[in-house]
Design a protein around this ligand. Structure first.
Ligand SMILES: [Zn+2]
Ligand SMILES: [Zn+2]
Length: 168
């Protein structure tokens, strides 16, 4: 998604930018809806431009426990500074973007892809209470029950317990 310098310097508030998932560099996380909505504001600051707002996207994940697909609507805060001062961007911070005076426009797709990626949960669960799959027959325990015996009954140590003298 490109923004022109002329747009940035004339400043804008809560402007809607439509972006498609296809505009973003592929990073292995499909989006349910192709549309990613950005609402952004630009302000001039001493060392360049400040770009703030939010990205809205619907992530499509596979549950780590039951493997069912599920989606999460995500809204990510955007806070970026675009600056021609290379010293400021040397610090390897995602928020500081090098934007030399010689450039008329800036491509932000890579930065937005990083922000979306960083917002993904480490553990992807369809629900905190997800029961997952049966370790024996593989059935999805959220939808149905199976007749597999629970692990306790096949515990090989269970028989040994009868040999332990009872405490009086
Ligand atoms: Zn699940
Ligand atoms: Zn089972």
């Amino acid at each position: 998604m490109k923004i022109f310098r002329s747009e940035l310097s004339s400043e804008f508030k809560n402007r809607l930018f439509d972006m498609t998932a296809g505009d973003l560099p592929d990073y292995g996380s499909p989006f349910k809806h192709d549309l990613i909505q950005c609402v952004l504001s630009s302000t001039k600051v001493q060392f360049g431009f400040h770009l703030s707002g939010s990205l809205s996207a619907i992530h499509l994940f596979e549950c780590d426990r039951c493997l069912d697909p599920f989606s999460i609507a995500d809204q990510i805060q955007v806070k970026l500074w675009l600056t021609p001062n290379q010293g400021l961007t040397d610090q390897d911070e995602l928020e500081m973007i090098y934007f030399p005076d010689s450039m008329d426009e800036i491509e932000l797709a890579g930065t937005f892809a990083d922000l979306l990626y960083l917002s993904e949960p480490m553990k992807k669960l369809c629900a905190d209470s997800c029961k997952g799959l049966c370790s024996q027959c593989g059935i999805n325990l959220n939808n149905s029950n199976c007749l597999c015996k629970s692990d306790d009954s096949v515990n090989p140590w269970e028989n040994l317990r009868s040999f332990i003298p009872k405490q009086v």
